[in-house]
Design a binder for this molecule. Structure first.
Ligand SMILES: C[S@@+](CC[C@H](N)C(=O)[O-])C[C@H]1O[C@@H](n2cnc3c(N)ncnc32)[C@H](O)[C@@H]1O
Length: 284
């Protein structure tokens, strides 16, 4: 067992390294979370003519889907802090002749030169703020009075086998300190009581949440155990920790990850591991 380096466990640098990693594996990441996005879009149930802000839109898949529904009379604007993702999303919109538009800015402080929005949407793009009350209060200034927000956030890691199983294997080889509850990152809002506190503090009311349970294809639909391992090592925080280790540790962890993924592999589907997210609604 070796100790984890500290660099890999620092906050996620979405405007830099993490944004580049997300872009490099865009199809795999989006393929993993597509069903959760579909569930959130169905819950939000947009209508033609609505103006929708997609917070932390990444490569823009959900923004494009929203644009298709709200049409030319409405607006679908993706807001993201990562320039490389905003560029990729914009290229995608042009190629698809979509009315979706994209802006690169930090949602915590951005002041958009836009009329207020009817709705705010976010598939896993709302958990990375250092000061979430401040950030959500800023987002609220971009919305109409009583505007509805729909967020997908990860539930606790213990309910997300795709994360727990990977961390379990990696911790056999590297001593990784436990995650800090509520710290900015994918699981910042796993405690719904805390999310409600944040939203209330920012002026939102009437929070309601439903659980989404499913199986998630690690490394994207159809990935082999080897491809899932390569994806984890290239893209997830556990992979960054391993990258700081010596060749023997890396090789042993690689073999163990691939064996673990093989035990969850389903022909024609991929490496399927359980996931749980919260689909959350509130009003400005
Ligand atoms: C897990 S990814 C989700 C991307 C996209 N919503 C999707 O589902 O494909 C999180 C996204 O949030 C963005 N993000 C993180 N912090 C942000 C901030 N302060 N302002 C705007 N976007 C941010 C990241 O750049 C990244 O694209």
């Amino acid at each position: 067992m070796t100790a984890a380096g500290t660099e890999a466990l620092k906050g996620e640098d979405w405007a830099g390294e993490m944004g580049a990693r997300w872009l490099a594996s865009l199809d795999r990441f989006e393929g993993m979370i597509a069903p959760i996005g579909d569930a959130l879009l169905a819950r939000a149930n947009y209508s033609p003519g609505e103006r929708v802000l997609d917070l932390g839109c990444g490569g823009g898949a959900t923004t494009l889907a929203i644009a298709d529904v709200v049409g030319q009379q409405g607006a679908a604007l993706g807001l993201d802090i990562a320039p490389m993702l905003v560029e990729a999303a914009t290229r995608r919109a042009v190629a698809a002749h979509s009315t979706a538009r994209f802006v690169c800015a930090d949602a915590a402080t951005a002041q958009l030169d836009e009329p207020p929005f009817d709705r705010l949407f976010s598939r896993f793009g709302s958990m990375f703020f250092a000061e979430p009350v401040f950030a959500f209060a800023n987002l609220r200034t971009m919305l109409k009075q009583a505007a509805r927000i729909d967020l997908a956030v990860w539930a606790h890691p213990r309910d997300n086998a795709w994360m727990m199983e990977v961390m379990g294997v990696v911790r056999r080889h590297v001593d990784i300190p436990p995650a800090v509850p509520r710290a900015p990152g994918p699981f910042a809002f796993d405690d719904l009581g805390y999310l409600e506190e944040v939203l209330k503090g920012a002026g939102f009311a009437g929070m309601e949440a439903d659980a989404y349970h499913g199986l998630q294809p690690v490394g994207g639909p159809g990935a082999s155990p080897q491809e899932a391992t390569d994806f984890v090592l290239a893209s997830m925080a556990a992979g960054r920790v391993l990258a700081e280790q010596g060749p023997e540790v890396r090789a042993a962890a690689h073999a163990d990850l691939t064996a673990m993924f093989a035990s969850h592999h389903r022909a024609g589907e991929g490496v399927m591991l359980g996931c749980k997210a919260w689909l959350v609604t509130a009003h400005a």
